[in-house]
Write a protein that binds this ligand. Structure first.
Ligand code: SF4
Length: 155
């Protein structure tokens, strides 16, 4: 078992790390603002990509919703669903597209049940992902608010 999958099965621990990281980034926000979010994005995107890839198999969508999906990256779903599962989950809980793989959304549900703070967020309806943010730092996008901007007409 890889370090990432071992950690992903400890969502309560990961949500505590997430809370600590959010607290830290919000405190560093004045520094990022002064430097400019574009520059801060250049500083952060590589280390963020590396760390989140090791732990979450992150695809750097730039709009991280891990804490709303049982600390399971929704972009690792072969259909890239932000609201899942699709109708094709197999009876054994595996993926319709990749039968050897457990459904990301089955895992998200199971892990959300073990979380103490954000588990209920799994029921939130997520807006479509903004592909223009791909490859950018989700932390900086959270601070600048660009990750909350929804497409025209989205309610
Ligand atoms: S939701 Fe986006 S930023 Fe978060 S781990 Fe998945 S691909 Fe990476």
């Amino acid at each position: 078992m890889s370090l990432g999958s071992w950690l992903r099965d400890r969502p309560a621990f990961l949500e505590r790390i997430y809370q600590g990281a959010e607290w830290l980034f919000r405190r560093l926000d004045p520094l990022f603002k002064r430097a400019g979010y574009d520059r801060a994005n250049r500083w952060l995107r590589k280390p963020e990509d590396w760390a989140k890839q090791v732990v979450f198999d992150c695809r750097m969508c730039g709009q991280c919703i891990l804490h709303s999906t049982g600390m399971t990256c929704p972009m690792s779903c072969p259909k890239n669903l932000r609201n899942g599962p699709c109708g094709g989950v197999r009876a054994n809980g595996h993926c319709e597209v990749k039968p050897e793989m457990r459904c990301v959304w089955v895992q998200a549900f199971e892990r959300s049940q073990k979380m103490n703070v954000y588990g209920a967020e799994l029921l939130w309806i997520q807006p479509p992902v903004n592909r223009q943010l791909e490859g950018t730092s989700a932390w900086i996008n959270m601070l600048s608010g660009v990750d909350k901007e929804t497409p025209k007409g989205w309610q």
